[in-house]
Design a protein around this ligand. Structure first.
Ligand SMILES: [Zn+2]
Length: 288
């Protein structure tokens, strides 16, 4: 029973001179069982580059930098949402070299195992949203076959169009998603209709890049960055990686998202920032 209906019931009971005790007890029990919005953070891979200037043209040429690769589970009373799926579990601890050896990528703790450790079956996930379709974000997408995919139209056209590889996407990594269960977005999207979990359109890194805004009871507002920024100094200096789809769109998205974060007093969690992530609670711990 929702709050308004409950109040009306009490009112009606009082008007009739009836006792509302039973209704009150029922409501108290119901309040206790409503699940508060919960966020789990997972480490879904390690990335080492031998030239950080790929992310910050002209800055740190030839310098090594370690990044992390994060993915997230958001538990809402109306269902679960996975945000990003990391590097493929299959590459393992040994990992792989990519982009002519400029990057080494590996997975220490498979995402599927981390979900199993907290009792989550990927088949029960209701919604899947991926910040963008680069292969370090779609690595384990095929685990979530039953989920509704929430994707911006431009990203959909690139990922499911004629030449996804030209955008740096690996179509094999998301080939098992249900094509009949895709919601194509052209704007921000309030996933559960109560303003607590909102996809924010932020194109530029890829054609339909997006971010995720969460309004948690205790932690407060949080904005998950996607790859708008890869680490804190790029945020401070608004630097745009050389491989972005559009520099102009990226800078515009940075401006819009910074204004949004200020307005909502939201923390910006930079998903690839290893140092920032080391300060965070990871699954099985969580945020509410
Ligand atoms: Zn990435």
């Amino acid at each position: 029973m929702n709050k308004k209906l409950w109040l009306n019931t009490i009112l009606a009971a009082n008007m009739l001179g009836l006792s509302a005790c039973a209704t009150l007890t029922e409501q108290a029990e119901e309040v206790e069982t409503v699940q508060p919005l919960t966020l789990f953070v997972f480490e879904c891979g390690n990335i080492v580059t031998n030239d950080v200037s790929i992310f910050s043209p002209g800055i740190g040429v030839g310098e090594e930098k370690k990044l992390t690769d994060s993915c997230y589970l958001i538990r809402h009373a109306k269902g679960d949402l996975i945000w990003d799926t990391g590097l493929p579990d299959q590459i393992g601890e040994k990992g792989i070299d990519v982009f002519d050896g400029k990057f080494h990528m590996s997975v220490s703790h498979p995402f599927s195992e981390q979900l199993a450790e907290i009792g989550v079956d990927p088949a029960t996930i209701k919604h899947l949203a991926i910040s963008h379709f680069h292969s370090d974000h779609t690595g384990n997408a095929n685990l979530f076959k039953n989920a509704e995919l929430l994707i911006q139209k431009e990203e959909f056209d690139a990922a499911f169009g004629a030449d996804p590889k030209s955008f740096g996407f690996n179509p094999d990594s998301y080939s098992e998603l249900n094509r009949d269960n895709i919601k194509v977005l052209q704007d921000d999207y309030d996933v559960f209709g109560d303003g607590t979990v909102v996809i924010k359109r932020a194109p530029g890194h890829t054609p339909g890049h997006q971010m995720l805004y969460l309004n948690l009871d205790q932690t407060g507002p949080v904005l998950l960055s996607g790859d708008l920024y890869h680490f804190t100094s790029n945020r401070e200096h608004q630097r745009v990686p050389s491989f972005n789809f559009s520099k102009e769109q990226t800078l515009e998205s940075m401006q819009i998202m910074e204004a949004f974060a200020t307005e909502h007093q939201a923390q910006v969690w930079i998903q690839h920032d290893k140092e920032q992530n080391e300060t965070m609670r990871h699954s099985p711990e969580f945020y509410q």
